[in-house]
Design a protein around this ligand. Sequence first.
Ligand code: KG4
Ligand code: ZN
Length: 318
Amino acid sequence: MLVLGVETSCDETSVSIVRDGKEVLANTIYTQIDIHKLYGGVVPEVASRHHLRKITYVFSECFKEAGCKPEDIDLVCVTTHPGLIGSLLVGINAAKTFALCFNKKLIEVDHIVGHIYANYIEHDFKFPMIALVVSGGHTELVLMKKHYDFTVLGETLDDAVGESYDKVGRVMNLEYPAGAKVDKLAHEGSPTYDLPIPYVNKDSYDFSFSGLKSAVLNLSNKAKMKHEELDLKNLASSFQNSVVRVLTDKTIKACLEYNVKQVVIAGGVAANRGLRETLMTEASEKGIEVCFPKMVYCTDNAAMIAVAGYFKYLEENN
Ligand code: KG4
Ligand code: ZN
């Protein structure tokens, strides 16, 4: 089955064609990061206008790369939520128009579910499994007992992990999005600063990152008042140490409680080296397999939407 995916929920305009939820024929992405960098974050109005400007170009590039014609497509899948409403509307309208013109079935896809299914492109799922969703807008621990079956065990009570990386990066004068830069610095430093490890409550699977972000901000303000310089590598390492500790501990706790042997990591922060290394090491000691998407499928892309939509269609039609 040839599935067309469309993703415009934030600052990437992406269209993809995927065969049977696995074989990516094309995954065309136009990113607006360079534009939003100037403002230190995504500006919704600017994002929608750039999606509008690029969407037809991204569609035609995708078909060209895949070597397909619109008639070849069996199913159209589009991100409908969560996301910036003006941005979402561009992709939804394009996908609806395509489905209407070529008489194709349209499937609505949740963006977070898309991030989870990004893993399926290279790893088969072994149920029950846990998905740790760590993106710019979301932090969730999800239990899946079968395809398209989601139980949210815990989520962030305030900032998402990626958001806290970006905010801490701003305190450190790093360009948006700062996650990868903080990750790189963290590997060059040591966790010498005393920062809290935000467990919320050891029995709960919920997360909270705003206190940790404020602790970094306080350190920075105090240093400024005393005319002292913070060691940015050690600060990044200390921050990353706290984040990775809490994500790893809660994920492994959930695997043990629900007798899960596979964890998939989803979202932009799945690219984080510290998280990858620590979770891999500590989970494998307990016989748990840890899967990460390829880097290009960690951040927003339409291939993951096509894969998720394909499984939603199979669940609804079986
Ligand atoms: O999944 P994504 O594209 O955003 C949402 O769908 O919300 O992820 C983008 C986020 C940004 O906050 C970015 O700073 C973060 O992922 N990120 C990282 C790394 N690479 C990207 N955070 C930590 N370490 C990284 N290596
Ligand atoms: Zn995303």
